[in-house]
Design a binder for this molecule. Structure first.
Ligand code: NAD
Length: 453
């Protein structure tokens, strides 16, 4: 498989893909390795993962270069993602031991009841490319700490990053075969699920999530799906307009809009609508686009060159149905692979750009006359990952956010993830959760003990 730089279009590497036979071998190895690892005392598992975390931090520059070259993520953003893994991994290092401990839950003198926890076994971790460190680590760190083996399928667009993570785990002293990469495309992901894995933890598109759900249906294994979104943000009339415009721009354009919780729909109160458009249009026109290797670049290329066509389709569909294009709307003329930050107004919920995940730097704006209208429109979606409101009034924010049907709600912020809170989607945004204590428990099977004597 050829690995291509999405900015220069150079082939930067070539790697061998797995096939059904090599995947079968890796599964057998993982199954064997898991038996010992599941019995290894927790202090040893903790030490290995802590070492991995240290190695990752020591290798920030090298890892960031790999990620930037294969995904086009601006170098600073790659570095920041890796730096932030430290706190995430530390969260798991601090919390897993208490989740593994046996709990005495009842004793009436004749019967004792307690609860212990076993690892699931061998899990399939099928991953996306947009935040390759975060989305991988959210799964494989708690999975390994709780005693599981992991067959880790990095995205074909972040293969070298995935292989680097596996190499660092090896250097940290993880037993051979316990954390093995499955290299390739969708086909290899499918073949991985033909093995008798004990769980599948998927991060990626809604389309692939549905296909995986069908493939594993009836197998009675743990399966969970972290999928895309169509996340709304509402700017109320009492909030500083400049601040709101800056937040919308960053929420929609960071990582070229390729964030599962990126801002995809913007609703603005009519009292501040005109002022907001002036400010946002100026900010969007000033974005520094270009070579992701330059420190000054904020917006780099789309990681998947084919995705540019979908962005064009969303703009063309909107304009054909009556939307106005204030800025952007096309591929950058000066930079290959880059789509310009785009502001669209007069959009409606009949347009693709307000219905389907866009996953690019496009900001469709709708004017609303009150909070009730905003709530109705924000909830008018099949997805439910995050929702955001910007207002000075906490009570007003609480009322609006309580009405939101999404896994995460934000007041005066957006497009952020915390290790302390469960990350979960509703509706077509998925099922299950990563992060938080809930994101540890999902890798364990409870065993209920009822004892007399
Ligand atoms: P994708 O669905 O194209 O691919 C994800 C992974 O699935 C890749 O490793 C791919 O090789 C594999 N795959 C593809 N077809 C498969 C099949 N039939 N069986 C098994 N595996 C298969 O998604 P992507 O383009 O890598 O990621 C972008 C999507 O991920 C966006 O929709 C984004 O919103 C979503 N995402 C969600 C979250 C979240 O936490 N909710 C986080 C990051 C990304």
């Amino acid at each position: 498989m050829k690995i291509q730089n999405p900015y220069t279009f150079e082939v930067i590497d070539e790697v061998a893909e797995d096939n059904a036979r090599t995947i079968g071998d890796k599964f057998i190895q993982a199954k064997k390795a898991q038996i010992d690892w599941g019995r290894t005392n927790f202090a040893q598992r903790h030490k290995t993962i802590a070492k991995f975390s240290d190695l990752l931090q020591e290798n920030i520059e090298g890892c960031a270069l790999i990620t930037t070259k294969e995904t086009g993520k601006p170098l600073n953003a790659s570095r920041n993602e890796i730096k932030a893994t430290n706190a995430r991994i530390q969260f798991f290092l601090d919390r897993v031991a208490s989740k593994l401990a046996t709990r005495e839950v009842f004793d009436d003198g004749s019967t004792k009841e307690s609860l212990s926890f076993d690892p699931l076994g061998v899990i399939a971790n099928i991953s996306a490319w947009n935040f390759p460190y975060f989305v991988g680590i959210n799964v494989f760190i708690p999975a390994l700490l709780t005693g599981n083996a992991v067959l880790y399928k990095p995205s074909e667009f972040a293969t070298l990053t995935g292989l680097k993570l596996v190499d660092l785990m090896k250097q940290a002293g993880l037993p051979a075969g316990l954390f093995a990469p499955i290299i390739g495309q969708g086909e290899q992901g499918k073949q991985l699920l033909d093995e008798k894995v004990d769980g599948v933890f998927f991060t990626g598109s809604n389309r692939t999530g549905k296909s995986i759900a069908q493939q594993v249906a009836g197998r009675m294994i743990k399966s969970q799906f972290e999928l895309g979104g169509k996340d709304p943000l509402y700017v109320c009339d009492d909030f500083d307009v400049q601040n709101a415009a800056e937040s919308v721009l960053d929420g929609a354009c960071y990582n070229a809009g390729q964030s599962c919780c990126g801002v995809e729909r913007v609703y603005v109160h009519e009292k501040v609508y005109n002022e907001f458009l002036v400010k946002l249009t100026k900010l969007a026109s000033d974005v520094k686009m270009g070579d992701p290797m330059l420190e000054s670049t904020y917006l780099g290329p789309m990681t998947q060159p084919d995705h540019l066509q979908l962005l064009e389709l969303h703009v063309q569909d909107a304009v054909a149905k009556g939307a106005k294009l204030l800025v952007g709307g096309a591929r950058s003329k000066g930079h290959a692979g880059i789509f310009e930050p785009t502001v669209l107004t007069d959009v409606t919920h009949e347009m693709l750009v307000m219905k389907d995940e866009t996953f690019g730097p496009i900001m469709p704006i709708m004017k609303v006359s009150n909070d009730e209208e905003a709530i109705r429109l924000m909830n008018d979606t099949e997805f439910g990952l995050t929702s955001s409101v910007f207002t000075e009034n906490k009570e007003r924010a609480k009322k609006i956010l309580t009405a939101m049907n999404s896994g995460t709600v934000y007041w005066n912020c957006c497009d952020r993830v915390s290790p302390h809170l469960p990350w979960s989607g509703r509706g077509q945004s998925g099922e299950g959760y990563t992060l938080s204590e809930l994101g540890i428990e999902i890798f364990l099977k409870p065993k209920a003990w009822q004892l007399r004597g």
